[in-house]
Design a protein around this ligand. Structure first.
Ligand code: S3P
Length: 170
């Protein structure tokens, strides 16, 4: 049976990586965390890539990797929160994958901010107000999806189980 790849999208720190790896375990399907693949390939952290080569270099790599993995049968993909800034990525994912948007309210997300700051260059040097603006702006990107899952009040395990159940993946 052909299994369509699944792409998880949503704002930084919503839990795409954890939910993706749980889905992969529960469904025995391969898991690709795009950011981790890029880091592995370049032997360098994304925050250092931003600092050394600039964001545009990272975005090019992001496009290359996603274009490749979005066509791999059965794969569960976790995308960086800014991936859908690129129309090409959005188009490829919407055509090739089942795109699942993991949503979270600002109030819940705000509690995670401190732990996310260090590894997220996009959040650095911004005030909480500016981060909130980014959070709101990004919502429009995630309107391109096939199904949305609100994660407020749910553990990552519960989100993964809910996805499996509601999409009848098992
Ligand atoms: C980014 C999100 C990050 C990572 C990079 C840029 C963004 O991924 O791709 O730091 O622009 O939102 P996560 O969403 O996995 O944190």
């Amino acid at each position: 049976m052909m299994e369509q790849p699944i792409a998880l999208i949503g704002f930084m720190g919503v839990g795409k990586t954890t939910v993706g790896s749980l889905l992969s375990e529960k469904l025995s399907r391969p898991f690709i965390d795009v950011d981790k693949e890029i880091e592995r390939h370049h032997g360098m952290k994304i925050r250092d890539m931003f600092a050394t080569y600039g964001e545009s270099m990272f975005r090019e790599e992001e496009k290359k990797f996603i274009t490749h993995y979005a066509k791999q049968e059965g794969t569960i993909l976790s995308l960086g929160g800014g991936a859908f800034l690129q129309e090409d990525i959005k188009t490829i994912c919407m055509e090739e994958c089942l795109v699942l948007f993991l949503d979270i309210s600002w109030e819940n997300w705000r509690e995670r901010l401190d732990e996310l700051m260090e590894d997220r260059p996009v959040l650095r040097n911004k005030t909480v107000e500016e981060i909130r603006e980014l959070f709101e702006e990004r919502k429009s990107l995630y309107q391109a999806h096939h199904k949305k899952f609100m994660t407020d009040g749910w553990s990552e395990e519960e989100v993964a189980d809910h996805i499996i159940e509601s999409l009848q993946l098992k």
